[in-house]
Design a protein around this ligand. Structure first.
Ligand SMILES: [Zn+2]
Ligand SMILES: [Zn+2]
Length: 73
């Protein structure tokens, strides 16, 4: 393996791992917005445009704390 192909391989790994956040694990396509955080309004869950499988919900520790306080009050 030449150093160039090693570099290409590393770049590919980085591409795959960084893609995980907004790409479907089954189809590899870009996922669309599914749900937004009720506190900060940032998208915290995505859904696949092909198989309609939703990704894991990203919980914001700060926001869940705020949401809990709102419910308690
Ligand atoms: Zn949030
Ligand atoms: Zn999919």
């Amino acid at each position: 393996m030449s150093s160039l192909s090693v570099l290409k391989f590393i770049n590919k790994v980085i591409e795959i791992t960084s893609m995980r956040k907004d790409s479907c694990r089954n189809c590899g396509v870009t996922m669309e917005e599914f749900q937004r955080c009720t506190v900060c309004s940032e998208v915290n869950q995505f859904v696949c445009t092909i198989c309609r499988k939703a990704s894991d919900e990203q919980v914001h520790p700060k926001c869940s704390l705020i949401a809990r306080n709102v419910v308690c009050n």
